[in-house]
Design a protein around this ligand. Sequence first.
Ligand code: HEC
Length: 134
Amino acid sequence: MQPNLKKTGWLMCLALAIPLGAAANPILDGYRTAAKQENPAFKDFSAAAGQKFYSAKIGTLACASCHTDSPMAAGKHASTNKEILPLAPTANPKRFTDAANVEKWFKRNCNDVLKRACTAQEKGDFMSYVLSVK
Ligand code: HEC
């Protein structure tokens, strides 16, 4: 292989590898597709909006009520006191790896807190925040 071609090959590998780095999450990509369908003007998710959503109390409950003020910390169920492992993949690498499980808990917890399902925008903002915490 000519040296120039070799170099181009490496650059192409790098270009492909970077978007697949730590921040990429196929579940988040799924919510991005859904958010575009929900709202044609959708641009992107916001970790800042996700952080607000995480701690916003609606009635008596917030996501933080069970998941604590930090997604890095282990929590406790607000009514059963059962331990809940940290939500942030930095602290708990199993998080946000199983789409069906993620959907199941978004469904249950959004209903508990908001009394309705979360929108794809809310789920994506929430995930962007939780995935960004280090
Ligand atoms: C009443 C307690 C409670 C509240 C409030 C709560 N959760 Fe949870 N959440 C749980 C429990 C219990 C689990 C499942 C046990 C576990 O995974 O550790 C869980 C798991 C999850 C998961 C699964 C993540 C994964 O990959 O395993 C997501 C996503 C989640 N919650 C999102 C939310 C969001 C968003 C809110 C706020 C709208 C919220 N939760 C509020 C108790 C709660």
